[in-house]
Design a protein around this ligand. Structure first.
Ligand SMILES: Nc1ncnc2c1ncn2[C@@H]1O[C@H](COP(=O)(O)OP(=O)(O)OP(=O)(O)O)[C@@H](O)[C@H]1O
Length: 506
């Protein structure tokens, strides 16, 4: 219900001397967190109003970015909206961050409850012993009863929001050690070290998990800090909406007042100039106030070739950490932890098989363990290597991606900032011939295409040109030579890994 929340936003900015987000609340994921939301709301509306209008009478739940307030009737809905929009918005911001919104809805469960309550009250009136104290039938509930109602309401509000991963469940190994340590240290002293912290790596290597863990840890350690976690896409959507609704000041107020801003998948901003511009100003503002920034991306900032130079240099100015594809031992440990979590009895041999077969990313590895768990639940059998091999045969087949020559051309052109015409031309300049040779090398490695077919595709060349390109790239790899991308030299190995990751993700 954006219009309401925007109307409220003005009120909040004008009247609030205390930032609503200073209220203390950890990441809301459990029932006790639902209780915290009630407490926070009680602070916002005042104890008396809370008892009159909320305790035991509404349901509260988090749904994505929304704080949803369930009420018993349409009449109540209109009335509460008029009377309590401001404090509810403030509560939502305190729970979710500046991107928070709220909505009221009629909750049929409460309608039923309200009816049965009134029936009960009626029967209480009828059954009441006339000699008893008259307060027994008054509409003012007793304090104990109030607490009971409040607790009841808490129980009726199952938390449905996002579940954030924890740093404690993040398994570390050679491939992610540095990023993990950086995230841990930065969470101990937000804004003091590594600012911005920029984490990059391929699909499913655990970037989001690490960022979520960072988010949770900061919130646990510094409950009074305003910590915002969102994807670049969500940031872009809020910005577009604010533009459309001419509410940019409100948008900026939301994002430039945070203490810690965490944006996942920042590569989404490539080629999106307006979003980049807005983010740049947000970063400048936050940096000048010593606030912590954390980003994740599928590539190194320098390889985000469609990002503005100003933004790229900002990303580079703190600490850039690479998360590599998990090595076998790490995959084995993650598989073991996953099986333990799912209470799946599985032999070491079967775990080893899974860790060696599902190498692309952790998501696939987890999918494999989930499959084995389902089989165990159905048959009650311990999973052996032979069983794992049989059960996962289909899944393994699905994990093999079909990569086409056209995909390779597209990703090489994007990464190196060259046109398709150049790639297929006879130009021999280094900035064109190197990407062309890499494209041919990848075509041999990742597709079934013959030398002649590849030569034909990349500008009608003959098969010996492709063989030469393949040999040349191998030599670069052996000699640890570098390649120029976006005016900077990069290890060939790193570029190839980045291109392969992009192809696997596409
Ligand atoms: N080191 C790890 N320890 C435990 N779980 C992990 C680890 N790495 C990844 N995972 C799990 O693998 C899954 C995918 O990880 P995640 O979503 O964080 O990857 P990602 O790098 O953000 O991927 P994408 O680029 O597609 O967004 C998640 O369920 C995550 O918890």
């Amino acid at each position: 219900m954006q219009p309401t929340s925007l109307a409220v936003e003005g009120t909040l900015c004008a009247s609030s001397t205390k930032r609503p987000t200073e209220a203390k609340l950890g990441p809301a994921t459990t029932e006790s967190d639902a209780q915290s939301i009630y407490q926070l709301l009680a602070q916002q509306v005042g104890e008396r109003s809370f008892q009159n209008w909320f305790a035991g009478k509404v349901s509260l739940k988090l749904d994505g970015n929304f704080l949803v307030v369930g009420v018993a009737s349409p009449f109540l809905l209109t009335w509460m909206q008029k009377k309590f929009s401001s404090p509810i918005y403030a509560t939502a911001v305190a729970c979710i961050g500046p991107s928070a919104e709220y909505r009221f809805e009629v909750n049929p469960e409460l309608t039923g409850q309200e009816n049965s309550k009134s029936t009960k009250n009626q029967s209480a009136d009828v059954d009441a012993d006339p000699s008893a104290d008259s307060s027994a039938t008054t509409s003012e509930p007793k304090p104990d009863r109030e607490r009971l109602d409040q607790n009841q309401a808490c129980k009726q509000a199952p938390y449905k929001g996002r579940r954030f991963s924890d740093l404690s469940s993040f398994v570390t190994g050679k491939s992610n050690q540095l990023a993990f340590m950086a995230a841990q240290q930065a969470s101990d002293e937000p804004g003091a070290l590594y600012n911005p912290l920029f984490i990059h790596g391929g699909v499913g290597v655990g970037k989001t998990h690490l960022l979520e863990g960072f988010y949770r840890k900061v919130r646990q350690q510094y409950p009074s800090l305003q910590v915002v976690f969102l994807t670049a896409e969500a940031f872009g959507n809020y910005f577009s909406k604010a533009l459309q609704e001419r509410s940019l000041p409100g948008f900026r107020q939301r994002f430039r007042n945070v203490d810690v801003l965490i944006i996942d998948d920042i590569d989404f901003f490539e080629s999106k100039r307006m979003f980049q511009e807005e983010l740049l100003h947000t970063i400048k503002h936050l940096e000048s106030h010593g606030r912590q920034l954390v980003f994740s991306s599928d590539r190194h900032p320098r390889l985000l070739t469609k990002m503005s130079e100003e933004l790229t240099t900002r990303f580079l100015s703190g600490l850039v950490c690479r998360m590599e594809s998990p090595e076998t031992e790490l995959r084995l440990e993650i598989a073991r932890q996953r099986a333990l979590k799912l209470k799946t009895p599985i032999t070491e041999g079967a775990l080893d098989y899974v860790a060696r077969r599902f190498t692309n990313n952790v998501r696939e590895l987890e999918g494999a363990i989930n499959c084995l768990q389902t089989y165990h639940v159905m048959t009650s059998q311990k999973i052996t290597t032979t069983m794992a091999r049989q059960i996962l045969a289909d899944l393994e087949r699905d994990c093999i991606r079909i990569i086409k020559l056209d995909d390779i051309k597209q990703i090489v052109c994007n990464t190196f900032g060259v046109s398709e015409a150049d790639l297929k031309s006879s130009r021999r300049a280094r900035n064109i011939s190197q990407p062309r040779m890499l494209a041919m090398f990848l075509a041999r490695k990742l597709t079934q295409a013959a030398y002649s077919e590849i030569g034909d595709f990349f500008g009608g060349r003959n098969h010996s040109t492709v063989m030469f390109a393949e040999k040349q790239v191998r030599k670069w790899l052996e000699n640890h030579s570098s390649i120029q991308v976006a005016l900077q030299e990069w290890p060939t190995e790193e570029i190839i890994e980045s291109l392969e990751q992009q192809l696997l993700a596409s």
